[in-house]
Design a protein around this ligand. Structure first.
Ligand SMILES: *[C@@H]1O[C@H](CO)[C@@H](O)[C@H](O)[C@H]1NC(C)=O
Ligand SMILES: *[C@@H]1O[C@H](CO)[C@@H](O)[C@H](O)[C@H]1NC(C)=O
Ligand SMILES: *[C@@H]1O[C@H](CO)[C@@H](O)[C@H](O)[C@H]1NC(C)=O
Ligand SMILES: *[C@@H]1O[C@H](CO)[C@@H](O)[C@H](O)[C@H]1NC(C)=O
Ligand SMILES: *[C@@H]1O[C@H](CO)[C@@H](O)[C@H](O)[C@H]1NC(C)=O
Ligand SMILES: *[C@@H]1O[C@H](CO)[C@@H](O)[C@H](O)[C@H]1NC(C)=O
Length: 282
């Protein structure tokens, strides 16, 4: 019995962690200048609510990681918005992330006419100005690992080559998504993992420009870093942080294999039950 628990406890944490990351989008940053505000209870506010609901439904209904929307034809009240999910997340995760963003953005950005919010899994933004098919490189933010790289010269070479490659692939896109991942051998023990993504409304050259600027903004000499702008993002780590098979599956036109996953709570229960059964049998 005790050996069973030594085996099952790590498994338990693995499953709990899995369930947790799936259900709670990881907040990264938000930006919403207080220079352009709307009045509470205005038409802009109700249009914004309509917009966020429509984006959130689009995400849940399988918009395949990206959607844009505009509410109202009357310029002062017009709201434009879009969301982008990370290219490797499934529709359920994407839907959760945008649904969370819809609530969160209104709380973090009260009465703001222009806002953007980032999570690990998605980005959501809206504006009174047109944003569809417009490359936007500000605001931007970076995150990085505190650990330094031990062999910076060699590392920068491998990183530079890999980023060139992943940028070229992401810019072209596949299955209507502008995303690519690439791995490279750094040392015999260490591997480098990179992910590049643009909103799919950008043309190839714009995506390329956006990613190049993002690369230039990445931290140097660190074991990992990310750079985000409203139109694109770039990330590298010394561990696999993305689902490579989900990206690999993008190559041909998207197959309709998207059975929605079982509700999270049920899945968690099943995992626990299986662990109990496993322990009981032993
Ligand atoms: C806007 O934000 C700035 C800096 O965050 C702050 O100093 C200022 O008081 C804010 N203005 C309003 C109207 O909330
Ligand atoms: C906006 O509407 C809510 C509920 O309808 C009301 O409680 C609130 O006082 C209104 N705010 C303004 C500024 O009119
Ligand atoms: C949304 O995107 C589509 C292309 O997918 C574009 O044709 C349409 O004009 C956009 N709609 C709005 C409301 O911005
Ligand atoms: C990383 O290197 C910088 C100098 O390049 C140094 O200041 C810092 O303390 C180092 N960080 C770690 C975690 O070793
Ligand atoms: C990394 O090295 C392994 C062998 O150590 C090799 O099989 C693999 O193809 C290499 N990967 C890349 C991306 O070069
Ligand atoms: C990775 O993606 C594949 C293909 O979409 C999917 O079947 C698998 O469940 C995903 N793995 C994780 C850990 O999300």
């Amino acid at each position: 019995m005790s050996s069973c628990f030594t085996i099952s406890l790590p498994l338990l944490f693995f499953f709990l962690n899995f369930v947790y990351t799936e259900s709670a989008p990881k907040f990264l940053w938000h930006y919403c200048p207080n220079t352009t505000l709307f009045s509470p209870n205005s038409t802009y506010q109700s249009n914004l609510n309509t917009l966020l609901s429509s984006l959130s439904s689009a995400a849940a209904d399988g918009a395949d990681g990206f959607a844009n929307a505009t509410v109202s034809q009357n310029p002062p009240d017009q709201v434009h918005g879009l969301f982008l999910c990370r290219g490797d997340v499934d529709i359920a995760t994407c839907g959760d992330c945008v649904a969370t963003g819809k609530q969160d953005i209104l709380q973090r950005c009260p009465n703001r006419r222009v806002s953007v919010i980032w999570y690990d899994e998605c980005m959501l933004r809206y504006s009174h100005g047109s944003i569809y098919s417009v490359m936007e490189q500000v605001p931007s933010f970076t995150k990085f690992q505190t650990r330094n790289i031990t062999n910076p010269t060699q590392f920068m070479r491998v990183l530079g080559e890999t980023m060139d490659d992943v940028t070229a692939r992401a810019s072209v896109g596949k299955s209507g998504k502008k995303v690519a991942v690439m791995e490279a051998n750094f040392t015999s023990l260490q591997k480098l993992y990179t992910l590049a993504q643009c909103t799919p409304d950008l043309i190839v050259s714009e995506c390329n420009t956006c990613l190049r600027a993002a690369i230039a903004g990445l931290p140097q000499g660190k074991q990992g870093g990310r750079m985000f702008t409203p139109s694109c993002s770039m990330r590298f780590e010394m561990y696999p942080f993305y689902n490579a098979s989900a990206i690999a599956a993008l190559v041909p036109p998207p197959p309709y294999l998207r059975s929605p996953p079982a509700p999270v709570t049920r899945r968690k229960g099943t995992c626990l039950l299986l662990l109990f059964v496993f322990c009981y049998i032993r």
